[in-house]
Structures are given as structure tokens and as C-alpha cells.
Design a protein around this ligand. Sequence first.
Ligand SMILES: Cc1cc2nc3c(=O)[nH]c(=O)nc-3n(C[C@H](O)[C@H](O)[C@H](O)COP(=O)(O)OP(=O)(O)OC[C@H]3O[C@@H](n4cnc5c(N)ncnc54)[C@H](O)[C@@H]3O)c2cc1C
Length: 472
Amino acid sequence: MAQEKYDLVVLGGGISGYSAAIRAAQLDKKVAIVEKSQLGGTCLHNGCIPTKSFLKSADTYQLIQHAEDYGISTSTPTFNFQKVQERKQRIVASMYSGLQMLIKQKKIDVFNGTGRLLGPSIFSPQSGTVSVTYEDGQSELLTNDYVLIATGSSPATLPFLPIDHQRIVTSDDLLAMTTLPNSIAIIGAGVIGLEFASFFSQIGVEVHVIEAADKIRINDSEAVSQQLQQSLSKRGVTFHTGVALSEDNVKVTDDAVTFELDDTITADMALVAIGRRANIADIGLSNTEVVVTEQQTIETNDYMQTKAPHIYASGDVIGQLQLAHVGAKEGVIAVEHMFQQVPIAIDYALMPRCIYTTPEVAAIGLSAEAAKVQGYDVKTVKAAFQTNGKAMIMSPGTPEGFAELIVDQADGSIIGASLIGQNVTEQINELSVLQFLNGSALELGMATHAHPSMAELLMELGLKYEKQAIHL
Ligand SMILES: Cc1cc2nc3c(=O)[nH]c(=O)nc-3n(C[C@H](O)[C@H](O)[C@H](O)COP(=O)(O)OP(=O)(O)OC[C@H]3O[C@@H](n4cnc5c(N)ncnc54)[C@H](O)[C@@H]3O)c2cc1C
């Protein structure tokens, strides 16, 4: 039976979809979310939140092992993985129930089934009516004025190494595991691969990272990539770069995975972390005017509108920066555009990009290398965290890492920043605000920062550009 018509039907209840739905509800629109699994999607259940909970436990375990550096004697700590899992589950469950409450308060209807877009029909002269199919085979139609496709992404796989969830696994499998492996091979030195490399190495699991490129390359900055590789190597991660994997050099047996590279690597399991593919199959795109790119993502304009003007798409499915806060921003922009709120077009240069390894990595805007390619006349100002008092207090031993600001010499504006070190995923937000306001190095330097704080290093860098730094 056809439901009452919705102003907006959102396909997919991940962070992009639910953020969009909430924004539409704030605009007094009648909104539905169709979600085939759980509201919150990848970020809440299989991504950002559970991985960061694991990483915090591993970091705490390491910190206790370094307790002597802080003048504290302890007995040898034990990493109780079952309790680590339980803590992660508690955090996810608490945030999940908060989200469900929020959606209910906003009077957003949630349809727990699989959604698919239909072509024009007697119910609706335009494409985009959403058919929802439930587990019991029942289905219903949701007619609407607008649709937002926010179906997210799934792990990409290697044809010669099928996922068996035991030996060959995805990040989803690792987050659900009940026992730890003794050794793991991680295929792909991207954000997900490196975060798991950091986690496992910190708790004493033997880690091999296998990467096709000849060096690791994250967030564009050469210097940061090198430092991260060095820091993870120091913690026991072995990197194998420039490796072309094929069915000829990998063998999976009942109890191990073996890689014949320059050396033979044998590991209990292998994580395939080579990127994520947009979920565009079986959602009825061929019934609409929506265009799919060569990369198999949905094409949109800067306001997330597809070639079918009443159908928008946001989040991982459009394949820009596959990050939670970016998906949320895209979803909100989509809704504001469809309901004539005149949003500012998305600017991906203003989106912070973080990696929650130890040490953490954060960047925004352009790296020095990318800025030069784009024709900017830039100056890079850089300083190590070991010059910062709070970093000295926080770290066991000498603090790792540095911060660099990329300044446009034409007008002194900050066009990029790359940071590696403790807690930099918090510090980057200051630079996000600054860049949003077109801030300059001088303004960053003139704004008084609390002492002692790690962000003082950013203030000093602003002053350094103006040749006024006190401590550098
Ligand atoms: C291990 C890991 C760690 C990560 N860590 C971070 C991090 O620290 N910070 C960060 O910014 N990003 C992180 N990400 C990326 C982040 O999780 C994604 O960018 C974000 O979740 C994308 O949100 P989305 O709403 O576009 O898609 P999703 O969250 O994937 O949501 C899509 C939803 O659509 C539903 N769906 C799909 N098809 C249909 C259909 N036909 N009908 C109904 N429902 C459907 C799915 O069930 C899903 O719930 C991480 C990702 C992973 C895998």
C-alpha cells in the first residue's frame, strides 16, 4: 500500500543520511529514512567509533608500560581483549541508543528494509519512488518530492584473495573478532590499514604491512608519511612496499596465510584494506537519470545534486573524501539546497583529514608539494613538538612529530597544514576554523594560546612566518 507522500526519502541511515534527515526535519519537512541494517551505518558500528575505542585501549596499554617514565611503578599490565571488546560495545550501544532517540524526537520515520529507486509509474510521474523490501518478503512504496542516496561503501576486495572471514578478513571482521591473532599481514597502507597496524603493533601482535606503491603516502605530505612509517616501524611494524600481489605469491591454508615476497611472510590472517567501493549495485539507478562515474561512484554537483534534479547523493557513495564528517556536511548541504536554504557549496580543501595511529596524523588544505603544483608561491614553516612544553609533559621520552603550516606568500593566508604527533586530531580543528574564516599566519600568531598547550606550537608557527616567534 502506498504511504503518504514524503518531502524527502533518504536511502541509507549512516552519518550522511541521518544528518541530512535531521536537517530536513529542522526545516519542518516530512522525512523518511530507509535503512537495511542499523541506523548509524559504518561510522558508528564498523568504522570511526569502534576503531578509535580499540586504539584508545591499545594506547592506554602502552602508556602503562611506560609508566616508569612518569615516575610511577606498576606491575606488568595485561591486555584483556574480551574487556576491550566489551568497552567498545558499550560505547557503540550508548551512542546507538542516543541516535535512535534523536531520530524519534525529530519525528523521522524509519523503514527497516532494503530500498530501491523505481522509474516513473502510476504512483509518481517522475523516477525516484522508493520501494522498500523487508526480510519477510513484504514491500511498500514511499513516494516523495526528493530522494537522497546515502548508501555508503563496502570494503574493496582482491579477486585472487576472497574474503573467508577467518584467514582473509575485512575491517568489519577484525572489529567483531573474539581472540587476537599472533601475527597479521595488512594489505594496503591507507588510513584503515595503518590504524589497524598501529593497534596490533601496540599490543604485541606481529604486523606486516604490504603496499603496492613504493612508499607509504598519506594526506599528501611526504615528510609526514616518512615520519609515520618511521614511527610505526619503531613500534615493530614491518613494511613491504612496491609489492605486486597476485595469486602466484599468496597462499591460504587452514591455519595461515603465506606471502612469497623478497622474504617469505607467514601470518595468522590477512586484512584486505585496499579501499572502499560505493554501494551502487541494486539500488535502481538505471531507473533514473543519475549518472555513475568511471570510478563507479554517483556523480553530483557541488550541492550534491545528481543529473536527476530531484535526486541527490552524499557520503561515501559519491566517492569524494570518504570521511564521516565530510559525509555529514554533504548530506546537510544536499538538504539545504533542495529546500532553497542557499547553502555554501562544499569546499573539500576545508575538510580535516585525520589518522588515529600513534602518533596521530592530521591535515587540512594543501600540502606544500600540492600547493606548488597548483602554482602557489608558498612558504612552509615547520617546528618539532619537542620544542613545546606540553608535548614534553605528555609524552614518555622525547615527543614525536612536528607541525607544518603552508602559507601563501601572496597574502599570508594559510592554505594548508600537516601535523603528526600526540593529540593532533584535536589541534587540527583550530586550523579548520581559521581556514573557514580565511585566516592568516599573522592572525594565528596574534591569537593568544593557553600555556602550556600543544596548540601553542601552531601560534608559534604563525609568528615564525612573521619572524616574531618567541620560542622557535
Ligand atoms: C574501519 C573504518 C574506520 C573509519 N574511521 C573513520 C574515522 O575515524 N573518521 C572518519 O571521518 N571516517 C572514518 N571512516 C569512514 C566513515 O566510516 C565513512 O566515511 C562514513 O561512515 C560514511 O558514511 P555514509 O553515511 O556515507 O555511509 P555508511 O555509514 O556506510 O551508511 C550507509 C548506510 O546505508 C545502508 N544501505 C546501503 N544500501 C541500502 C539500501 N539499498 N537500502 C537501505 N539501506 C541501505 C547501509 O546499511 C548503511 O547503514 C572509517 C571507516 C572504516 C571502515
